[in-house]
Write a protein that binds this ligand. Structure first.
Ligand code: AHR
Length: 326
């Protein structure tokens, strides 16, 4: 039966067409009972950087504020462990699962198993392969940033600042993760319009400071003519800054830097003139994620994709952002 609610969901873009006609995609999803408090599972990817710590703190704070139980797991950088973590949440019969999937493909089975077990699941911050699992059909919704847009914003600002000419080293995030795939695609799209903006070397630093430092060191030794760095997150950027300084180079002068996140160290580096442009990726998902659970339980429309608005920081506006950094 197509109800008023399901029509609203169709309007939100979550409908599916079947041989029987138009059927609301939401009809497939597990329901969530309206209750005063929930047992929520939060499956974190890793805890090796300030962004992840801020995300976890936001979830824990929100659960505590509402008096809900939080079952927290940390996959310690392993997609296989994260799948096992979700399975353990299913076995513990949590009411709902919030999953930040480390990589796009390996976490799809976990999404499908939660659905089969009748537990609604929300993807938080990162996505899974859109060809294998869909918001509004296999999981309730994705809540996070538009990573393609983040890459575009970084590429556009960098290109304009260097008059369309740079030899760029790119530090990519975790291989197979949605932010690494999308930030790369967005940046490449933006610089396509500038024939003299060239990526001369590109490699993964796994979103980690030490790895970022090591990888940058190697790439810069091989390409001493590089004039810019595009890094998919602040931790790798801070590692690269350490490597540049150890090599006697001045970040912000010898190389122009574009980064993504908004950590305190990176905001300070913008203020110090070492990073030219910093694109925000907000990790504080607690309020939005828990509000979405309440809405879903109340039978209200939850769009299959809820996207954060990310800001651009440079030396002109970084001081005002500083108190929010983490
Ligand atoms: O998925 C978001 C990315 O993951 C953040 O940019 C990064 O710092 C984190 O580990």
């Amino acid at each position: 039966m197509i109800t008023r609610r399901s029509l609203l969901q169709i309007a939100a873009g979550s409908a599916a067409f079947t041989g029987l006609g138009l059927v609301p995609a939401y009809a497939d999803l597990p329901k969530l009972k309206k209750k005063d408090s929930y047992k929520v599972g939060f499956a974190q990817t890793e805890s090796n950087n300030p962004w992840r710590l801020a995300q976890t703190a936001s979830m824990k704070d929100e659960a505590q504020k509402r008096g809900w139980q939080l079952v927290y797991t940390d996959a310690a950088g392993s997609a296989a462990k994260q799948v096992a973590d979700v399975r353990s949440m299913i076995a513990q019969k949590v009411d709902v699962i919030l999953l930040s999937p480390r990589e796009e493909k390996p976490l799809v089975p976990a999404v499908m198993e939660a659905k089969k077990a009748g537990i609604p699941l929300f993807l938080i911050d990162r996505g899974v392969d859109v060809n294998l699992a869909k918001g509004g059909t296999d999981y309730v919704a994705f809540i996070g940033s538009d990573f393609v847009k983040e890459g575009e914003m970084a590429g556009e600002f960098l290109a304009k600042s260097v008059n369309g000419k740079a030899k760029i080293i790119e530090l990519q995030g975790t291989v197979g993760s949605s932010p690494a795939n999308d930030r790369k695609a967005g940046f490449e799209k933006a610089i396509k319009a500038y024939p003299d903006m060239k990526i001369i070397a590109s490699q993964s630093g796994d979103f980690a400071r030490d790895k970022g430092r090591q990888v940058f060191e190697t790439l810069y030794q091989a390409h001493p003519d590089a004039t810019a760095l595009y890094s998919h997150n602040d931790e790798m950027t801070m590692g690269a800054i350490a490597a540049m300084e150890a090599a006697g180079k001045a970040p912000g002068k010898d190389l122009i830097l574009a980064s993504i996140d908004g950590t305190r160290d990176a905001a300070q580096a913008v203020s110090d003139g070492k990073i030219l442009v910093l694109i925000e990726c907000n990790p504080k998902f607690g309020p939005a994620a828990f509000d979405a659970i309440v809405k879903y339980a109340a039978g209200e429309t939850v769009a299959p994709r809820l996207v954060n608005t990310d800001r651009l920081f440079n030396k002109d506006n970084i001081a005002a952002y500083m108190p929010e950094s983490y």
